[in-house]
Design a binder for this molecule. Structure first.
Ligand code: ASC
Length: 150
């Protein structure tokens, strides 16, 4: 086989067998990526949660914008939990990879509640926001309880 043919074959194998995590050059990049995405999500979520708790003045526009950012950014971390990203600067528990169906269920639930929060914030009703913040916060907590080392 010609070398150029071999190269094309090898490149094709790499391209099509690549898991979602392969978008990262190094495991540490994946870890940094998911932590940063979760941080940006948390900052936006907690801004809305502070309004819901009466710890910050309610600003409907800020709440709606923040919830929309949290909703979008909350979709990003999950592709960065690929194989080989369990070790390093991370509090991720090994259970994430052992009970991956359960982990995905939690991640999906969080995203569903975050979407509801974003929809609630668009209504401009603080009462709607309070209900959704509570449901969303519950999904953050249950995943941390089961899948994050403290
Ligand atoms: C936050 C944050 C969490 C959740 C959780 C809600 O702002 O960082 O992990 O809310 O505390 O129970």
């Amino acid at each position: 086989m010609k070398r150029s043919t071999l190269f094309v074959l090898a490149a094709t194998v790499v391209a099509f067998s690549a898991p979602a995590s392969a978008q990262f050059a190094k495991a540490e990049d994946a870890i940094k990526y998911r932590k940063n995405a979760l941080f940006v999500m948390q900052q936006n979520f907690s801004r809305v949660a502070a309004m819901a708790a009466g710890k910050a003045p309610f600003d409907a526009k800020v709440a709606a914008d923040s919830a929309a950012v949290a909703e979008f950014v909350g979709k990003l971390p999950w592709a960065a939990f690929g194989e080989g990203t369990d070790k390093g600067d991370t509090r991720a528990k090994p259970e994430i990879w052992k009970e991956s169906a359960k982990f995905k269920e939690y991640a999906d639930k969080m995203q569903a509640e975050m979407s509801k929060l974003s929809a609630a914030a668009k209504t401009g009703s603080l009462d709607n926001i309070k209900t959704a913040v509570s449901a969303t916060g519950g999904t953050c907590k249950s995943c941390h309880d089961d899948f994050r080392k403290d």
